[in-house]
Design a protein around this ligand. Structure first.
Ligand SMILES: *Cc1c(COP(=O)(O)O)cnc(C)c1O
Length: 418
């Protein structure tokens, strides 16, 4: 499957794709571009242009400060509830939109270790996203705790047996990603959560790379805490606020470290002492970033209409097509798949490795083929189910093949590598 064959196969898959028509709802989708970075910054929906304009004109401009009493203050919880219902398998009252993922991970990890005051260890994997590792390193320093690191395969992630070997009577918290940001590996959240709980520990799951592409069942899985981004598969826009989930059983005792007036029981009493709000609002610190959460609501409406099972099916077909194309067209040049092959084990993106990729990516970007680069030599193909076509995948694989054949890196004659 090369050149014309690859393009023809992509065209067949696009024609057969029952979700293909949703692609035109995204701004810029008809530009001559292969955009494979929707897992890093999702495209905006065109409806976002209208909703942002309407907000500025009617709400901010029209209602001015009255807006806070007319719905803005409740918006972080209303959008949180919708997010929980549509993508997270979470009942109302447990999710909120606030802060950044980094800050929410800090608050939740601190709350977890506060809930296990006699325990001294946090378990995390070495290939977790940098911010996740840095946050717990900071907390370990601050609280005198020890980090217990799990080593993972370059094309995998933490498994139940890895976690079983790492947890013990000293474990306060296990922090892992649902979908690994590099390999795309899907962790077995329910099994790992059970193992952590059997050891008396709490779990904090980072869903940044799954929310909006891989369905979750946080309530059914027994998860304690979770957090994630909204600018990736939720198309919330650059710097859009993050979201957090706290299981209902932990809400009444949640002890988070950044006590601000808007997390207090009665902010407008301007009282002298902090008393936490009931429910998920106690995770809030300051004024909610209202403008920043409008775009993700447009995407949540679309995900609700399409349904997560259909989104996941398209995602599996996109990654399967990408893997087939990589193995047929790029493997002969020495390109290696650094993601799981089994559909049940991979999320919405795949990573492929080749020593020439660091030098190649800027060149691809210049020509309108936009994947991203992840150290040491990975190209990550992020396939956002509702805005990515099979044709875009074929264009990218061809563009990479052309450069490998042209002698970039260690390529050359594809037959030589067979
Ligand atoms: C993208 C991502 C983040 C980003 O955190 P920010 O605070 O939004 O910059 C954190 N964790 C994971 C796993 C991610 O994929």
């Amino acid at each position: 499957m090369t050149g014309p064959t690859l393009a023809a196969r992509a065209a067949e898959l696009d024609t057969a794709d029952p979700l293909a028509h949703h692609r035109k709802l995204f701004l810029g989708a008809d530009a001559v571009l292969s955009y494979l970075d929707g897992n890093s910054l999702g495209r905006p929906l065109t409806s976002t242009v209208d909703s942002l304009t309407a907000f500025v004109e009617d709400q901010w401009g029209g209602r001015l400060i009255r807006g806070w009493d007319e719905g803005w203050l409740e918006l972080p919880q209303r959008i949180g509830d919708q997010l929980g219902r549509v993508t997270l398998g979470a009942d109302a009252g447990q999710c909120i939109v606030a802060d950044s993922t980094s800050v929410l991970l800090y608050k939740l990890a601190r709350a977890a270790v506060a809930a296990r005051p006699d325990r001294t260890e946090i378990v995390i994997d070495r290939d977790n996203f940098p911010t996740d590792r840095f946050i717990v390193e900071g907390i370990a320093r601050e609280r005198g705790l020890t980090l217990r690191w799990i080593d993972v395969a370059y094309d995998g992630g933490a498994t139940p047996s890895d976690v079983a070997a790492a947890v013990g009577p000293q474990t306060a918290l296990v922090l892992l990603s649902h979908v690994a940001y590099r390999s795309g590996f899907i962790a077995d959240v329910p099994a790992i959560t059970r193992i952590a709980h059997d050891a008396g520990a709490l779990v904090l799951w980072d869903l940044s790379h799954s929310v909006g592409s891989v369905p979750a069942e946080l309530d059914a899985w027994g998860v304690d805490y979770a957090a994630g981004c909204s600018y990736k598969y939720l198309n919330g826009g650059p710097g859009a606020p993050a979201w957090a989930y706290v299981a209902r059983r932990h809400l009444a005792t949640l002890d988070q470290p950044i006590l601000g007036w808007l997390g207090s029981a009665d902010p407008f009493a301007m009282g002298s002492a902090y008393r936490p709000a009931d429910g998920i609002r106690r995770l809030v610190s300051g004024t909610p970033p209202i403008v920043g959460m409008l775009a993700m609501r447009e995407m949540l409406d679309l995900l609700e209409e399409v349904g997560m099972p259909a989104v996941r099916r398209k995602s599996e077909l996109l990654t399967a097509f990408a893997i087939d194309a990589v193995e047929d067209v790029l493997a002969p040049y020495g390109v290696v798949l650094a993601s799981p092959r089994a559909a049940s084990e991979r999320g919405g993106h795949i990573t492929i490795d080749h020593p020439s990729f660091a030098a190649m990516v800027p060149d691809l970007w210049r020509d309108g083929v936009i994947p991203d680069y992840r150290n040491p030599d990975g190209i990550r193909l992020g396939l956002s189910p509702l805005s990515t076509s099979f044709g875009e995948v074929a264009v990218a694989v061809d563009a990479i093949a052309v450069r490998l054949a042209g002698g970039a890196g260690t390529g050359g004659d594809p037959a030589a590598g067979r």
